[in-house]
Design a protein around this ligand. Structure first.
Ligand code: DX5
Ligand code: ZN
Length: 221
């Protein structure tokens, strides 16, 4: 695995050609596929569910699928995504009544588990479950839509999360989601992120490889 992972969000892909879009972005150098699940309840938008994840696996996608659940309740979706071929499942702690149990369900299903923090959600939810988390995802926009601007206070929060992760001694990835582009990725990496979700910055361009290459150059700078 690369030290830095680039995770295109298919929220900004052309859904009418989703299999082809995922193939193209992986051929262009993406590491994993970020899969945004919205329920028009926890967030004010409605997207895709386990059937689409399963369809991507059937299409032949072997890369890790990073399922970001923006749904409430959480638990009833977990089993469906495990069966559909998810690799990583993250959820928002405020959306789960039983955070420890939800994390355990994900791991018991053979997937990596993670918690997602909205811009104003404190990191204290991590305190008692650090040993059950494989990924911490910090939202750098309010969830629900692609194409929003990166919220600058996320940089401080990334530093805080990085310190918590390093102090824990556990192998936990630190992902950032929202408004990430080739222009700010280096600064975001310096604040401690190692996994970068980018939707509009990649799918909004014609040449996916050029953007991803540029992101890698910036990360190496
Ligand atoms: C927002 C989603 C993001 C979104 C990012 O709720 O979780 O994954 O697709 O899109 P950009 O990169 O365009 O901000
Ligand atoms: Zn997301």
């Amino acid at each position: 695995m690369n030290d830095f992972l680039i995770a295109p969000s298919i929220l900004s892909a052309d859904f009418a050609r989703l299999g082809e879009e995922v193939d193209n972005v992986l051929k262009s150098g993406a590491d994993i596929i970020h899969f945004d699940v919205m329920d028009n309840h926890y967030v004010p938008n409605l997207t895709i569910g386990p059937m689409v994840c399963k369809a991507l696996r059937k299409h032949g996608v072997t890369a890790d699928i990073d399922v970001h659940l923006m749904v409430k309740p959480v638990d009833r979706m977990i089993g469906d995504f495990i069966d559909a071929g998810a690799s990583i499942i993250t959820f928002h702690p405020e959306a789960s009544e039983h955070i420890d149990r939800s994390l355990q369900m994900i791991r018991d299903g053979g997937c990596k588990a993670g918690l997602v923090f909205n811009p104003a959600t404190p990191l204290h939810y991590l305190k008692h479950v650090m040993d059950k988390v494989d990924m911490v995802l910090l939202m750098s926009v309010n969830p629900g839509f692609g194409g929003q601007s990166f919220i600058p206070s996320t940089l401080d929060k990334l530093r805080e999360a990085r310190a918590l992760i390093d102090a824990s001694g556990y192998d936990i990835r630190l992902e950032v989601d929202g408004g990430v582009s080739e222009k700010n990725i280096a600064e975001i990496a310096k604040a401690g992120a190692d996994t970068f979700v980018a939707g509009s910055a990649i799918f909004g361009k014609d040449d996916y490889k050029a953007v991803i290459d540029k992101m890698r150059t910036e990360l190496a700078s």
